[in-house]
Design a protein around this ligand. Structure first.
Ligand code: CO
Length: 267
């Protein structure tokens, strides 16, 4: 069942999506060697509450935290924990908020200091692939056009591994709605996109192999070869000609540039 939103509903979704970006920016300001991901989770949870919203992930299918924070070889759904971050780590921060009846859901991967040129190139290409996917998110295209654009930019052109087990998704009154939005696939395949459909596009791209394993916690997804993985996520509304990006990285990227512990040299 595909839910096409009215303009009024889209504006409410934009509010939720923008709050997610502001929340990730608050987290970005605090990232530095020595800080724990549990401390970052607390910052996000307090900021969401202060903005009269609810963290979408907490208690979703039993997920126990407000955020997913996935470090290095953790791909997504990492549990915030008490391990201090260190120079050279890459940190994916994934946040969802529920406000005015609608969810926002974005993610961004940060580099602390110098993880090495190979890793910075992975971050750059993964973020670029998100925008390549968004370019295809227009009325009349198909889900497979988005999927192909992401896979082409990362796996086909650069040899990275695109995760198959997890995919992007419709987003609205529920965190996960139809359609599924894979990061791999054939051009011209899948559901046709119509105006008002709102989706989360979220490439998860591994430096090495595409295969993943699950930790004992039942949530944390990790690369099988234990090489690092990157994750970026935007929320977009399908329009004619050009997608309307409901979320924003503007505040996140500003915080990334201003925080001297973070590396923003890769774009
Ligand atoms: Co998502």
């Amino acid at each position: 069942m595909l839910y096409h939103k009215t303009n009024a509903e889209i504006e409410l979704m934009r509010e939720s999506a923008l709050l997610v970006g502001k929340t990730i920016a608050e987290v970005a300001k605090a990232i530095k060697p020595g800080v724990t991901t549990k401390e970052l989770d607390t910052i996000a949870e307090k900021f969401i509450a202060a903005n009269k919203a609810v963290p979408s992930f907490k208690n979703y299918k039993g997920y126990p935290f407000a955020t997913c924070i996935s470090v290095n070889d953790a791909v997504v759904h990492g549990f915030p924990n008490d391990i201090p971050l260190k120079e050279g780590d890459i940190v994916s921060v994934d946040v969802g908020v529920y406000k005015n009846g609608f969810h926002g859901d974005s993610a961004y991967t940060f580099a602390i200091g110098s993880p090495g040129e190979e890793v910075l190139q992975l971050l750059k290409a993964t973020k670029e692939s998100l925008y390549k996917g968004i370019e295809k998110a227009t009325a009349g295209s198909r889900v497979g056009d988005i999927a192909f654009a992401i896979q082409d930019h990362t796996e086909k052109k650069r040899g990275y591994g695109v995760v198959r087990e997890l995919v992007g998704h419709g987003l609205g009154r529920s965190l996960h709605e139809d359609p599924q939005v894979p990061n791999f696939g054939k051009r011209g395949s899948g559901a046709k996109l119509k105006e008002g459909l709102t989706i989360a596009i979220e490439p998860m791209v591994n430096l090495g192999v595409k295969e993943v394993t699950y930790d004992e916690d039942g949530w944390t997804v990790r690369t099988k070869d234990r090489k690092v993985s990157a994750h970026y996520e935007h929320n977009v509304c399908i329009k004619k000609g050009k997608a309307d990006i409901l979320s924003s990285f503007a505040e996140i990227e500003k915080a990334e540039k201003e925080n001297t512990a973070l590396n923003s040299s890769y774009y």
